[in-house]
Design a protein around this ligand. Structure first.
Ligand SMILES: NC(=O)c1ccc[n+]([C@@H]2O[C@H](COP(=O)([O-])OP(=O)(O)OC[C@H]3O[C@@H](n4cnc5c(N)ncnc54)[C@H](O)[C@@H]3O)[C@@H](O)[C@H]2O)c1
Length: 265
């Protein structure tokens, strides 16, 4: 999508963190924003900041965990701004615990919010993008879905791996029809995501992706998303260190896992 100015974007999880950072970055490039979130104070703040910077935006309370609200968010974009060009599926929540301590209902909740919410949104928006012959979908996954580095957040990592696979196959389907797909795979970003954490194993330490990663500013991630949409780029890791790790993992998965096991000895 070469020109961003005048476009309209629907962003879920836009009340905080990466969603807000991307809403601000797109807003500054002339994209009109529908900021969707369950946190109305958060989206109110996002909209206020976009308006203060000279952009256009509107908030909608939207729970991506149930059927219906995403259809209303799509309809709001079409009614308020007369078009919809970009969908960013960005809601994600975390969980901590040994795999066997996490109840099945919690596994389902994490997959519902991190993965099935994206299916709901793409169901709501794909027919519109296909009919107009253009559009762009950004799915926020994580480096946690690219290669293993921790056993204490397996539902999160597995839901992000599912999202990466879904995004790749979706890109093959949509690209020939004029619709781009970007899979954002952030490393650590300074956001409120820890507030969503539920812990199911007392005292279990949370393993990080490695000390080599710094915590990025969400607005910088937003700028990278803007550039990826313009360049029609699919794979968007936020850190240059990710690709060599990914290559290492793909070359010999058994050796990679053995090295990870040694890291936690
Ligand atoms: N922060 C990181 O280090 C990091 C790293 C990799 C990937 N990510 C991913 O980035 C995305 C954004 O997370 P963030 O770090 O900005 O977190 P955040 O908690 O700051 O923002 C997430 C937003 O999602 C909203 N939300 C939660 N449940 C919702 C629901 N049911 N319906 C609608 N909105 C809901 C929250 O209210 C919040 O505003 C997530 O998918 C996350 O997995 C984050």
């Amino acid at each position: 999508m070469k020109d961003l100015a005048g476009r309209v974007a629907l962003i879920t999880g836009a009340g905080s963190g990466i969603g807000r950072g991307t809403a601000m970055a797109l807003g500054a490039r002339g994209v009109r924003i529908i900021a969707a979130d369950i946190d109305e104070a958060g989206t109110g703040q996002t909209v206020m900041e976009i308006l203060a910077a000279g952009g256009e935006a509107e908030a909608i309370r939207c729970d991506v965990g149930v059927d219906g609200p995403l259809d209303l968010a799509r309809d709001l974009a079409l009614k308020r701004f007369g078009r919809l060009d970009i969908l960013m599926n960005n809601v994600g929540v975390i969980i901590n615990g040994r795999p066997e301590d996490i109840p099945i209902a919690e596994w389902q909740r994490i997959f519902n919010l991190n993965f099935f919410s994206v299916i709901r949104a793409t169901h709501a928006v794909i027919p519109h993008f296909l009919a107009q012959g253009s559009g762009h979908i950004v799915n926020t996954a994580s480096i946690a879905g690219l290669y293993p580095y921790a056993y204490d957040r397996t539902p999160y990592a597995a839901s992000k791996a599912a999202l990466i696979s879904y995004s790749e196959n979706l890109a093959i389907y949509l690209k020939p029809q004029g619709v781009g797909v970007t899979c954002l795979c952030p490393g650590p970003v300074a956001t409120q995501i820890r507030k969503s954490n539920v812990s199911w194993t007392d005292g279990l330490p949370t393993h990080g992706p490695g000390d080599q990663f710094g915590r990025m500013d969400p607005r910088d991630v937003g700028e990278m998303v803007c550039d990826a949409i313009v360049a029609d780029r699919f794979f968007l890791p936020t850190d240059d260190q990710v690709l060599p790790i990914l290559v290492d993992h793909a070359r010999d998965i058994d050796a990679y896992l053995a090295a990870e096991l040694r890291r936690w000895e």
